[in-house]
Design a binder for this molecule. Structure first.
Ligand SMILES: Cc1ncc(COP(=O)(O)O)c(C=O)c1O
Length: 403
């Protein structure tokens, strides 16, 4: 009989190879980099050194907004530190309901549900609404929570090629007509590649072939659209999306997730979604901070303008240094090194010079897609962008820009 832990041996090997040490040490772990102190939305201390964060999801810099922090502190003082239970037991406070009403109104939808995390929103939606008689068609680059929710549902799961409406069309056409419900899941802005989804084209295919459309706006919420409601808003097709999923853990700077929809059965998920039923609800501080951050985001045109100005500057700067980056600018800019070792070298080079980025390595991606995930925020000032671009220009000279 094999040892219970044998299946983890390859992972330990990867960590040793790239992390220069054992997974229990604090220093130099390649993925869960230890942040020793935080000095602002995109400033921290790592390995004893002040660094600029070019690998957070703090797109609007709201983690340190005085109104958000004040709302959080007041909520803890008023409502206490936690709810101590599930939404269906003792965990629904008036402020949870208020946030749901505010989200529904913000998206101009009849219903909204708030979850403790965005991960649970996807698990809940897919596992409560889909079953063995249904088909889930997902973009192959979907987030793990979409894959996990699809698996939990026990529906038939079919992947279609990333951002390719024609492949979705082909796969829907092949399904026998009638009978099985089809749920199509895409993201608005893909978390690692920075690719923007062709939501309008996908919505057209879904409408023509029949099915329900889910758009996970985790990274596009706060970032895209006139009021920051995501890619579907930016493409003018919010009314053609059955379920918008989002998270509070990125541009809103908190933690939690949501679904908004015009389907009148959505509130039944309060009683049908196991990943929602059997977990404690978001803490009062989290919920009140989120309500304040939502208000700031909906009125945050200036923040979004700065974010996009930084995104274009960053993307163009990396490209002009010769790096292989995404084909279009967005607040998420991948740098492809085509080789895991080169990715680790580039990551360390930048970190040692005060620029933190995210490392992307197999098995989390194919070898050819190894590299860094970088991201910008409206909170990056001129000096941060200039410094980080200088560091990467230096890396291009010292390490090369392969592939
Ligand atoms: C596309 C997508 N969906 C869902 C999630 C999960 O969100 P949360 O961090 O709130 O659990 C993430 C976060 O990484 C994501 O990128």
């Amino acid at each position: 009989v094999s040892d219970l832990f044998d299946k983890l041996t390859p992972l330990a090997g990867v960590l040793r190879r790239h992390g220069g040490g054992d997974a229990t040490g604090d220093v130099d772990r390649p993925f869960d980099t230890l942040i020793e102190a935080v000095h602002g939305p995109v400033d921290a201390t790592i390995h004893g050194r002040r660094v600029r964060l070019f690998g957070s999801n703090n797109y609007l810099g709201l983690t340190h907004h005085p109104r958000v922090v004040a709302a959080q502190q007041a909520a803890a003082a008023t409502w206490g530190s936690g709810t101590t239970g599930s939404r269906v037991a003792n965990g629904t406070l008036a402020i949870h309901r208020s946030l749901e009403r505010e989200l529904a109104a913000a998206f101009d939808k009849r219903h909204a549900m708030v979850f403790t995390t965005g991960h649970q929103a996807n698990l809940s939606l897919l596992s409560a609404l889909c079953g063995p008689d249904d088909v889930i068609l997902l973009d192959v680059e979907s987030h793990a929570s979409v894959y996990d929710g699809a698996q939990l549902s026990r529906a038939t799961v079919i992947g279609f090629r990333h951002n390719m409406p024609s492949d979705l069309d082909k796969k829907l056409a092949r399904l026998p007509p009638g009978g099985r419900n089809r749920m199509v899941v895409i993201e608005g802005l893909y978390s690692t590649s920075g690719d923007l989804a062709p939501v309008a084209e996908i919505a057209e295919v879904v409408a023509r072939r029949g099915g329900y459309l889910v758009v996970d706006e985790a990274h596009s919420f706060g970032v895209l659209g006139a009021r920051g409601r995501g890619r579907a808003e930016a493409e003018g097709v919010l009314d053609r999306v059955d379920f918008v999923v989002g998270t509070f853990s990125k541009s809103l700077g908190g933690v939690g997730g949501f679904i908004v929809s015009n389907h009148d059965a959505l509130p039944l998920l309060h009683y049908a979604a196991r990943p929602y039923l059997f977990t404690a609800s978001g803490s009062p501080a989290t919920i009140e901070a989120t309500r304040e951050a939502l208000r700031l985001s909906l009125d945050g045109d200036d923040l979004r303008a700065t974010l996009w100005k930084n995104a274009h500057r960053w993307w163009e700067g990396l490209r002009s240094s010769g790096f292989s980056v995404s084909p279009t600018a967005s607040p998420i800019v991948p740098i492809y090194t085509g080789d895991p070792d080169r990715a680790v070298r580039l990551h360390r080079y930048a970190l040692a010079r005060g620029v933190y980025t995210n490392l992307v390595l197999p098995p989390g991606c194919p070898v050819a897609r190894s590299g860094l995930r970088t991201s910008v925020s409206s909170a990056h000032d001129e000096s941060a962008i200039v410094h980080a671009l200088d560091v990467f220009a230096g890396a291009a000279r010292d390490l090369g820009t392969a592939p």
